[in-house]
Design a protein. Structure first.
Length: 86
């Protein structure tokens, strides 16, 4: 998916809760690429414009799995705190 497509998809799946602007998105994509978690390749959009398309690498998929496990721990902890009576 190309950069703007990534931002659009994030906004779509979060029902507009997260709207990522280019000033946040592109530096984040560059950091992910530097870590080897995504790879970018130049291609052409349907309208003929050039865009860089990104995909997870195998190490990126492994990192995503780690992040998901960590998020589950955080989510569980927050839910426990919120369930406590004050």
């Amino acid at each position: 998916m190309h950069g703007v497509g990534v931002a659009d998809r994030i906004e779509q799946v979060t029902s507009g809760v997260f709207a990522v602007g280019p000033g946040s998105l592109f530096p984040a994509l560059h950091r992910l690429a530097e870590k080897g978690w995504i790879a970018g390749e130049w291609g052409q959009l349907d309208n003929g414009r050039r865009a860089k398309f990104y995909a997870l690498t195998p190490s990126g998929r492994a990192q995503l799995a780690r992040e998901r496990r960590n998020w589950q721990k955080v989510q569980t902890a927050v839910n426990q705190v919120l369930a406590e009576e004050v």
